[in-house]
Write a protein that binds this ligand. Structure first.
Ligand SMILES: Cc1cc2nc3c(=O)[nH]c(=O)nc-3n(C[C@H](O)[C@H](O)[C@H](O)COP(=O)(O)OP(=O)(O)OC[C@H]3O[C@@H](n4cnc5c(N)ncnc54)[C@H](O)[C@@H]3O)c2cc1C
Length: 304
């Protein structure tokens, strides 16, 4: 429970800042893995008021984290004491100007790809099936089928917790790497300017169709997962190594190594977060022993 929960008037004061207060909200409801204990969640609609919200939370001595679409998060069963801030999706989140589009980070990534496509702006088709928000995709430098979001980013508007102000960062000031970026933990990504090449909509649709087919054929998209749980070491496929060790189908409590893609762990039988942690530990140990490789998590673990 965060410090805010114990203070009277929190809901009213947050409402005055345009924010909604969901105390002790089970994060299992907000994550694609469907596991995770409670956190105090604050939902904010108008991203321009983020500075006031952060000042309010900071003044009360509470800590905070950003919750995007929750598709790359493994939240501990005990939940977290930090406040989870969620930027509510802005229906007017995309503004087009020539080959550039400014996108609110609360926007859904797949919808953004398709809305750009309808205006004959391509370059992001590979990302169409990556679930979650544009903010989460930027933070993680999401990538699929030869495209990473960094390829089309020109500038990011960020509320910088350390400085207490909004800044525009051009891409020369941001370092993106494989499933990661140089944003600070107290950077809140508010919007991004994408620069996209012109491409006929029919071609974009064809590429989207191909990517969706590949994803359906190779990933358990109808089960609860967080995508790939571990990163691939340079030049090596983690899924292939897990598969070679015969670990597909291995179960810990309700968590199972997907038979369709060995780097996807799925919540098939009412799993807990600790089931996933145990399964990840087992995989890590087996891979280290067999290949001498130390696996790095791709999923972000939230715990106290
Ligand atoms: C079925 C499935 C398939 C997937 N396939 C892929 C794939 O092909 N490629 C790939 O790269 N990923 C994939 N993923 C993982 C996941 O979808 C991506 O990492 C996604 O970009 C995460 O976005 P999110 O909004 O859900 O972020 P979250 O999971 O909510 O958060 C991820 C991180 O980003 C931070 N964050 C979120 N929003 C903001 C913000 N506005 N400002 C600052 N920090 C923020 C969070 O604090 C957290 O540290 C897949 C997941 C699933 C479930």
């Amino acid at each position: 429970m965060s410090i805010l929960s114990s203070q009277p008037g929190t809901a009213k004061e947050l409402a005055a800042l345009g924010a909604e207060w969901l105390p002790r909200e089970p994060l299992a409801r907000h994550t694609s893995l469907g596991v995770g204990g409670p956190a105090d969640v604050v939902r904010i609609r108008d991203a321009r008021r983020i500075g006031d919200l952060i000042a309010y939370i900071d003044d009360r001595g509470a800590k905070w984290r950003l919750l995007g679409g929750g598709t790359n998060l493994l939240v501990a069963d005990e939940g977290i004491d930090d406040v989870a801030i969620h930027l509510v999706r802005d229906p007017q989140g995309l503004k087009f100007e020539g080959g550039r589009v400014e996108v609110a980070t609360s926007s859904n990534l797949g919808t953004t790809v398709m809305e750009c496509g309808k205006r004959n702006l391509g370059g992001m088709e590979g990302l169409v099936g990556v679930p979650g928000s544009v903010g989460g995709a930027l933070h993680m430098n999401a990538g699929a089928y030869g495209t990473e979001i960094k390829d089309v980013v020109r500038a990011v508007t960020v509320y910088r917790g350390a400085a207490g102000r909004v800044e525009i960062l051009w891409t020369d000031k941001v370092h993106f790497e494989y499933r990661g970026s140089s944003f600070a933990p107290d950077d809140i990504l508010l919007s991004v300017t994408l620069e996209l090449p012109e491409k006929p909509y029919a071609e974009i649709l064809e590429r989207v169709k191909q990517c969706n087919q590949k994803r359906r054929a190779s990933q358990p998209i109808n089960e609860k997962s967080a995508g790939c749980i571990f990163k691939n070491p340079p030049g090596v496929s983690t899924g292939k190594m897990i598969d070679e060790l015969g670990l597909k189908g291995t179960r810990m409590g309700g968590a199972v190594v997907s038979e369709r893609h060995a780097n996807f762990l799925v919540n098939r039988y009412g799993a807990t977060a600790s089931d996933f942690v145990s399964l990840m530990d087992l995989i890590r140990e087996r891979i280290l022993k067999a290949y001498g490789v130390e696996l790095e998590e791709e999923v972000i673990v939230w715990k106290n």
